[in-house]
Design a protein around this ligand. Structure first.
Ligand code: ADP
Ligand code: MG
Length: 630
């Protein structure tokens, strides 16, 4: 007897179902895509106990003669000829989904086209129609899927817990909602609404419904074109990143896809703006001619192949980068919302003390040891320069003339900035104001001072800026080093520095000796897992040589060797970081002024090379809200 025979259709469908419908989320995805392909404006997805799924749409519906055919394998209205495959503009085209889902479940279908007086109702068990009748129903389609995988126990066993399946379904519906802001998508789980997008066609409204209002506020719009490619959508500001890539969503011609290359392109755009271990979020829609992308490479259609991979990469990278550059605004400080109502006064707040209580308290105060202000504190409180007694200022007088205060030039001690500063005891003659203003146009800000030896305070218009002096200096140095075109100069060491990196790190460093030489490093294998550094970049202190090398090894193992400028950036980050003044160090007035001048006059130093903000803003309005003045 022959051993080979063709499988009966229903078994073939069950096998195919394994590819298309893995779990409730994938079944729901197919049904939502069908609804969108049918031109629906509103789609409601309901999930109950993960075994009951209902998708209702107000799309074109199916005529009675089509309704049954729709469940046959390879039955589709979206594709006729092989040429059609070259230009797919619907979400579905394989004609497999309904056949696959119905093969492994019990289905009820209600559907009606707008021009038909009646709709049709079908019941299917394991892909076989068991009941059919005319039905009075609204225009559009409702599909109920019950007992998914009831006849494939093996698959049922692989189902995760209800909550895992439900959350996979939620993520899928969210992606669909973001891919189609023009459709209002609603998800109910056990009767509870989990998502409802307005369907107003605005992506930001959908983002707000899916990722939350706050996330939507922290997004920057992307809208760019590159030849026939269009990139639109939103990306997070560098200050609003996340600890993982879960909110990086890419859509190609309306279809959600995963693509390593698009992720890399996105993250390239944030180069030098992100902290290590932080990731941007995005909802990016890439639109390109249908013949430039092959969506038929994955059964669940979540991966695509681009004809011109490099162009797509550049389109995303430069599109996002441009948007970030344009939006390079200042980071506003996040303050807790002021409470709406004043907190109730403590009942005993104004209570007069009884005489004996007062005496008891007074006694403890008398006997408590007094804290003596230290000499240092006294010194720091002594004014550095003789200060004229301030003119009496009328307080709370509405008519006080708004005279601009002439800015007092800040004394510049005549010593190199690296010498730790002592507060000047004597008066240093102030520089002539005129000279300063000749060199630099009169600034529109006022340097107020510094707190915690770390943050410089600057007043500008109706804002208070707090500048992190380390981050600012690091960025300034980094930009300076990066602007240099000459090769990185090496310094030769008389005695090599020995270091013992991890085994893989050592191996990758040794493999890339030429690349490292271009960065000023010369390393050799010292044996026994030890490396000898004979030469290092001139600007790097020898004690930082090993740590920097290890940072480079990490980059190399992350595949950055293809682009040597990436490695160079990493090296320059480290050099800039080590060379920059640190938070907590004393800086003198001249240094502070110089730093502030740079930060205020350039817009490429909003973030340190690791992505921490250089400057954060507290607006007058924010303060007024806090003090309930507004
Ligand atoms: P495909 O979407 O790949 O064509 P499906 O098996 O998902 O294959 O659907 C088969 C056909 O059934 C579709 O081509 C479409 O004509 C019809 N159909 C499915 N769902 C709907 C719906 N919600 N509204 C209208 N027509 C539908
Ligand atoms: Mg389909």
């Amino acid at each position: 007897m022959a051993k080979i025979h063709t499988l009966p259709a229903h078994i073939a469908d069950m096998i195919a179902a394994g590819e298309v419908v893995e779990r409730p989320a994938s079944a729901a995805k197919e049904l939502i895509e069908n609804a969108i392909d049918a031109g629906a404006k509103n789609v409601t997805v309901e999930l109950q106990n993960v075994t009951f799924l209902r998708v209702t749409d107000d799309g074109c519906g199916m005529a009675p003669e089509d309704a049954e055919t729709a469940f046959l394998r390879h039955a589709t209205s979206k594709l006729r000829t092989a040429e059609d495959l070259e230009a797919i503009h619907t979400l579905g085209f394989r004609g497999e989904a309904l056949a696959a889902i119905s093969a492994v479940s019990r289905i009820d279908l209600l559907t009606k086209t707008a021009d038909a007086p009646f709709g049709s109702s079908l019941h299917l068990e394991a892909g076989v129609v068991t009941e059919r009748e005319e039905a009075g129903c609204p225009n559009g389609t409702t599909i109920i899927v019950r007992d998914l995988f009831y006849n494939t126990p093996a698959r049922l066993k692989f189902m995760k817990s209800d909550s895992v399946e439900a959350s996979a379904l939620l993520s899928m519906v969210q992606r669909q909602a973001l891919a189609h802001p023009e459709v209002s998508i609603r998800l109910l789980r056990d009767g509870q609404e989990q998502l409802h997008t307005p369907g107003d066609g605005k992506l930001l409204s959908a983002i707000s419904a899916v990722l939350g209002r706050q996330a939507a506020k922290e997004m920057v719009e992307v809208n760019s074109r590159f030849e026939k490619y269009a990139l639109t959508g939103f990306v997070s500001k560098p200050s609003a990143t996340r600890g993982n890539r879960a909110s990086q969503l890419f859509f190609v011609n309306g279809r959600h896809i995963r693509s390593k290359s698009l992720t890399v392109a996105l993250e390239e755009a944030y180069r030098n703006r992100l902290m290590v271990g932080r990731f941007p979020s995005c909802v990016l829609q890439l639109t390109l001619p249908e013949n430039q992308v092959d969506v038929n490479v994955h059964p669940a259609k979540t991966e695509v192949k681009f004809l011109r991979e490099r162009d797509v990469f550049d389109c995303v990278r430069y599109g996002v980068q441009g948007a970030l550059d344009r939006a390079n605004g200042q980071v506003e400080m996040q303050l807790p919302k002021p409470q709406k109502t004043a907190p109730a006064a403590k009942p005993d707040f104004f209570r007069t003390m009884r005489a004996e209580d007062f005496r008891a308290v007074a006694q403890t105060l008398e006997t408590a040891p007094r804290v003596q202000p230290s000499q240092a504190v006294k010194d720091s409180l002594r004014p550095a320069q003789p200060v004229e007694p301030p003119a009496p200022q009328p307080i709370y007088t509405a008519a006080a003339p708004e005279k601009p205060q002439p800015e007092k030039p800040i004394a510049t001690p005549e010593k190199p900035p690296t010498v730790p500063e002592k507060l000047p005891e004597t008066t240093t003659p102030p520089e002539p104001a005129q000279e300063t203003s000749l060199l630099h146009p009169a600034p529109d800000y006022r340097l107020v001072g510094e707190v915690f030896d770390t943050y410089i305070l600057v007043e500008q218009e109706k804002k208070l800026l707090l500048i992190d002096k380390h981050a600012a200096h690091e960025r300034i140095l980094f930009e300076k080093f990066r602007a240099r075109t000459e090769p990185i100069m090496p310094q030769l060491l008389l005695t090599p520095i020995l270091c013992e990196p991890e085994r893989e790190e050592a191996a990758i460093l040794l493999e890339n000796q030429d690349l490292l030489a271009s960065l000023g490093y010369s390393i050799s294998d010292y044996g026994g897992g030890t490396l000898a550094i004979g030469q290092l970049p001139a600007e790097l202190a020898p004690e930082d040589a090993a740590a920097t090398l290890s940072a480079l090894a990490v980059d190399l193992s992350n595949g950055k060797r293809d682009d040597p400028s990436d490695l160079r950036d990493t090296l320059l980050h480290t050099i800039a970081c080590k060379a920059a003044i640190k938070g907590g160090w004393r800086t003198d007035a001249a240094e502070r002024e110089a730093l502030v001048r740079e930060v205020m006059s350039r817009d490429d130093i909003q973030y340190c090379p690791h992505g921490r903000p250089v400057c954060t803003v507290l607006t007058q309005a924010q303060l007024e809200r806090q003090f309930k003045r507004s």
